[in-house]
Design a protein around this ligand. Structure first.
Ligand code: AMP
Ligand code: MG
Length: 406
């Protein structure tokens, strides 16, 4: 039996970020940038107005107040996307709308609230004095051509994607998301609408794992249910390793199994079969088959989910080039005793975490803690990490791995 840290280190040493490649910007959100980005052009590309109002020469507004307005003729309208056809002359104003290019000759904008439209819009009364630059956004105010915008390793957020669009990058070079094949193994497994015959259960793991991949922004490939049959298992593994960057299987990794998954994986690749000092998810296998990382998760539904969160998830994040790969632990307080018996293992207890009046996370058990009781995981929004011992008394601090928003 090895520690979780040792198991995780073993896995993480054997996976590496995928080879960078350009992807369409529409697919880049959530990917990690593999090359720095330099702005090829100014953002904004031209000086424009931040306000609706009137473009003027600041000098022409000298002394203007509501009581002593300055009257100027309005000689043009300038809207976003429609630059003025001529320069502004001294003593003139142009009606201007947010985002429109500032006409040559103008050096300030008087916001519309400080003006009064006169003579059907052919003139304007200016009620406030402005200084040069008022309400103008200069070319390159956001980014200048040649600026270093982003460095390699940055995770592309929605704003990153927007910035790349703003500088005209269509295909950023990123670490691609790993394509991950998922299969469930077991003779007892069926999928609705097939009726259940004696001894059969419905396959839930494949759906859970594909959903976990979806949440992680990683494309999952459904490799189906694989029977406990050597040829069927070998065919599924080979299909998965040729089509995918990584493979996740469930079932057939426990000690006492009719270990056909084990026989086949050992034949095809270099696997390590582990017993980890955690509960649930003690059995776990990892190896590389035909160059493809394979995660052998336990069949029990709660175990496969926890095993994914603790072991496969971090490895997939590393493959995707992420720098923060381990699940984030947050502090919380036990709102009721969270009991466990000493057994040499770290327990991951399904809990419901809620913020108390002070904003602290307080946790209660989510119910059935068996590794087959997936419903309690669905009710839970976190796993409380209970180190070996008797558990936590009410009021004591516990560490949480968040499964959902709290
Ligand atoms: P195994 O790891 O194959 O020994 O399976 C352990 C337990 O998990 C058994 O009770 C299986 O029936 C159950 N199990 C295995 N695979 C799945 C699955 N895909 N969906 C739901 N339960 C499963
Ligand atoms: Mg099985």
């Amino acid at each position: 039996v090895i520690s979780l840290d040792e198991a995780r280190a073993h896995v993480l040493e054997r996976v590496a970020p995928l080879h960078p490649s350009p992807v369409p910007l529409a697919e880049a959100h959530g990917c990690v940038l593999a090359e720095p980005v330099r702005a090829p052009e100014d953002v904004p590309p031209f000086a424009n107005t931040a306000m609706d109002g009137y473009a003027v020469r600041a000098l022409d507004t000298a002394g203007a107040t509501a009581a002593t307005p300055v009257r100027l003729p309005v000689v043009a309208e300038v809207a976003a996307g429609h630059p003025a056809e001529r320069a502004l002359q001294p003593g003139e104003a142009m009606r201007i709308f947010t985002g429109a290019p500032v006409p040559a000759g103008a050096d300030a904008v008087v916001q519309v609230e400080r003006t009064e439209r006169l003579d059907g819009g052919t003139a304007v009364a200016i009620h406030a004095e402005v200084v040069p630059g008022t309400h103008l956004r200069g070319a390159g105010d956001d980014l200048r051509a040649g600026d270093d915008v982003f460095t390699a390793g940055e995770l592309l957020s929605a704003a990153h994607v927007g910035v790349l669009a703003s500088v005209g990058v269509t295909h950023p070079v990123v670490v691609p998301r790993p394509v991950v094949g998922v299969c469930s193994t077991g003779d007892e497994l069926v999928e609705a609408p097939e009726p259940l015959r004696p001894g059969q259960i419905r396959d839930s793991n494949r759906r859970t794992l594909l959903a976990l991949l979806d949440r992680a922004g990683v494309p999952g490939v459904d490799l189906g249910i694989v029977r406990d049959d050597e040829d069927a298992i070998a065919a599924a593994i080979e299909r998965g390793t040729t089509r995918c960057d990584a493979l996740v299987t469930t079932g057939g990794v426990s000690m006492g199994d009719i270990d056909l998954v084990r026989v086949v994986l050992d034949r095809l690749g270099d696997m390590r079969w582990m017993q980890i000092a955690i509960k649930p998810a003690k059995p776990f296998a990892f190896g590389v088959v035909a160059g493809t990382p394979v995660f052998g998760l336990p069949g029990n539904p709660v175990s496969s989910l926890v095993s994914f969160e603790l072991l496969a998830g971090p490895a997939l994040r590393r493959m995707a080039g992420r720098s923060r790969i381990l699940p984030v632990e947050v502090p919380a307080v036990a709102a009721e005793p969270l009991r466990r018996a000493p057994d040499g293992k770290t327990h991951f207890v399904r809990v419901v975490a809620e913020r108390d009046e002070g904003g602290r996370l307080a946790v209660r058990s989510a119910g059935g803690q068996g590794s087959h009781q997936l419903a309690a995981v669905a009710r839970a929004n976190a796993l409380a990490v209970l180190p070996d011992g008797d558990g936590a008394d009410a009021g004591h601090e516990v560490r949480l791995l968040l499964l959902a928003e709290v």
